[in-house]
Design a protein around this ligand. Sequence first.
Ligand code: SAH
Length: 205
Amino acid sequence: MRLQLALRSRGVTDARVLTAMERVDRSRFVTGTFAPRAFDDVPLPIPGGQTISQPSVVGLMTQALDIQPRDKVLEVGTGTGYQAAILSHLARRVYTVERHRALTRIAQANHQALGLSNITQITGDGSFGLPEQAPFDRILVTAAAEDTPGPLLAQLRIGGSMVLPVGVSDHVQTLIKVTRTDGGYEYDELGPVRFVPLVEGVEHD
Ligand code: SAH
């Protein structure tokens, strides 16, 4: 309830997004000592030196994606699987790629425990996307790159859209929305954000 108020006050107003977020208990995705803070609108540490995203940022990104019930969605940067769980309530199918094997395993267990069967978790370098499942109706990147990765642009369906933070890590990054049209790509700036960096390669931890 408290979290829902925080979401609304930060501009998350889409009823479908609010309902999807209400259905996902964030405390399941936050480990150990940080669990009591799961319902605060803040990012929190997760294993691998990473963070679980701030709920209002998850809400604003999800809202900007305008996911339709038939959509196939790709998420880059699974973490412990919080954002993917929300996407799973809005889309037909969710593929989520994480470079830390240990986090993929945690996310898999979390999603299984919640009975979310339309999510596939993959360990890999998500900046290359997932060519074997492309094209995607929606793509969401939850780690910041200096530039939009080319393979992700190529794996977007015409008429589809992608939301991602762009900018140098540890500086203010900009959330952007890229829409693929018949003739090319349109870019909209959505505002400042701060994410962990998109890193090359895979960690077999
Ligand atoms: N979506 C998560 C956010 C996790 S933070 C949530 O719902 O809370 C971003 C994640 O992106 C980190 O776990 C990090 O390991 C991962 N990441 C960074 N670079 C990556 C890459 N190239 N491919 C896949 N995952 C990456």
